[in-house]
Design a protein. Sequence first.
Length: 107
Amino acid sequence: MRKALDDLGLAASTNIMISSDHGFSTISKESKTSPSTKGTYEDTPSGQLPMGFLAIDLAKALDLPLFDPNNKNMRVAENMRPKAGNGVLGNDPAKPDVWSPPMAVPT
């Protein structure tokens, strides 16, 4: 896909988003490494992953604010979670930040 975008001259103006669905199978709600398990959420047992844990963890890892698109783009406060688990990362929810992984620098 990236090669096709490069070949068409669209790479610089195209954002690629990856989404997934776990198939509604039973998944573990426990984690020893997720930053979201360190919070306290009124609808989530202590030490378990809250709905939206991936959005919460990404926001923390990238040091970006998290907004809830299912709640009028309200900022998600500490120890809160996005209403439906979705999140928008960035300083302005109308213009989500673009993040690229650091590139390896040859030594």
